[in-house]
Design a protein around this ligand. Structure first.
Ligand code: F3S
Length: 398
């Protein structure tokens, strides 16, 4: 892989430990994936923030980098393992909190904005069409590549951090035109109207085509919340980092020859597979990916004057919660007894053993609630989830 004189100096340690370590990671990755050179990135999003995943070894590594490492480009963080302000209210162990705070402090010393959200594009880390970036949260990667038309591979925590500390990434994979061409035509023959149905479509397509790039037709309209949910579930169930939806996503491509169809029957059976039969629910969690301000408005309307009966978490970014505070939505939501879980989510927080059955509107959250936390799951609309929060029972509204 070609390196400029400056990059060689960085690799030889002339700019300190953090830059040298980062260059070693980037060069090793570039060699593995056959990159011709390094390219500049406009922004970075770093995952691997929860102490639950990092452990002491991860914290030690970050503290070492933070001694002389400073980011070169706009860099934001994925959710942490707890709400950084209200962790006590969410039942987080103080010993865990102490370690999580140390993790965030190390990131801050490097100049990283502790946004702690998986929706960086909603809070100011918003790349333009065609821009090269290095992001690591899978749902945000799929959203950035597909909905925004930016270009990023799905980085691991260390490689994203290396990109932040150097402003560079190896030129391979999704950065190249030839790797962004769709491979399977997905004909959608069913009308989708809610966030959980778009998430379920991601489950169906992801399971069928794995990490191939789909070219999807038959979707007449989709809002940001639909696309955020779809990005999260197609990346979770299939591993793809890019999708194209005719008339909705910005890249123009020809239809691939290979095709599959998704109709009402596929949607019904996927919804059945994503739901366990449990009727009693003891935990409601909304916000996977983090809720937008429009979703918080809808939630405030649904919860207005009501009281929740079971633990209810509203995961969103602290920045979006700030808007909800200004608009008066937070007051209504909190008056119901629902709790904001800013900076974190129901998947990265250490919740194993605390609950048995979760209700959610996120197909991605179903996967991790089952796999990571051993919960049974109920998937439905935001209305269904609010009803479960108020009654402790699962009842589908439509
Ligand atoms: Fe975000 Fe947590 Fe879901 S990081 S996409 S809310 S698993």
């Amino acid at each position: 892989m070609y390196l400029t004189k400056e990059e060689e100096r960085a690799l030889n340690g002339e700019y300190g430990f953090a830059v040298q370590n980062s260059m070693e990671i980037l060069v090793a990755l570039g060699k593995i994936f056959g990159a011709d050179r390094l390219i500049d990135v406009k922004s970075v999003q770093v995952a691997g923030v929860s102490y639950d995943n990092l452990g002491d070894a991860g914290l030690e590594y970050l503290s070492e980098l933070a001694k002389d490492g400073r980011v070169k480009v706009l860099t934001t963080l994925n959710p942490a393992g707890m709400d950084m302000e209200n962790w006590r209210g969410l039942g987080i162990d103080p010993a865990f909190a102490e370690k999580q705070i140390a993790v965030i402090e190390a990131f801050k010393r490097m100049g990283i904005i502790p946004s702690c959200t998986c929706t960086p594009y909603l809070v100011g880390n918003l790349p333009r069409f065609g821009e090269h970036i290095a992001w690591s949260e899978s749902s945000a990667v799929a959203f950035a590549n597909s909905v925004l038309g930016a270009r990023t591979n799905r980085e691991g925590g260390p490689s994203a951090l290396a990109a932040a500390l150097t402003g560079k990434t190896p030129n391979y994979g999704m950065h190249l035109d030839e790797n962004r061409i769709p491979e399977v035509h997905v004909k959608v023959k069913v009308k989708l109207s809610s966030v959980h149905e778009f998430g379920t479509l991601g489950y169906i397509i992801g399971n069928q085509i794995k990490n191939k790039i789909p070219y999807i037709t038959g979707i007449k309209s989709a809002n940001i919340e639909h696309l955020k949910s779809f990005s999260a579930s197609i990346a979770t169930y299939g591993g793809t980092t890019l999708f194209h939806i005719k008339g909705i996503t910005p890249e123009r491509h020809k239809k691939p020859k290979e095709s599959i169809e998704v109709g009402p029957e596929e949607l019904r059976s996927a919804l059945a597979a994503l739901n366990d039969p449990e009727e009693d629910v003891d935990f409601v969690a909304l916000g996977c990916p983090h809720l937008s301000i429009d979703e918080l408005k809808k939630l405030a309307n649904l919860l207005n004057g009501k009281k929740v009966k079971i633990e209810t978490w509203i995961a969103t970014s602290r920045q979006t919660k700030g808007l909800a505070d200004l608009a008066g939505y937070s007051k209504i939501i909190e008056a119901s007894g629902a709790k904001f879980a800013c900076d974190t989510c129901m998947v990265v927080a250490p919740l194993k053993g605390r609950f048995k059955v979760i209700a959610t509107d996120s197909a991605k959250s179903c996967f991790y609630s089952r796999g990571k936390n051993n919960f049974k799951v109920r998937l439905g609309t935001m209305e269904d989830c609010v009803n479960a929060a108020i009654t402790g029972k699962w009842k589908v509204s439509k």
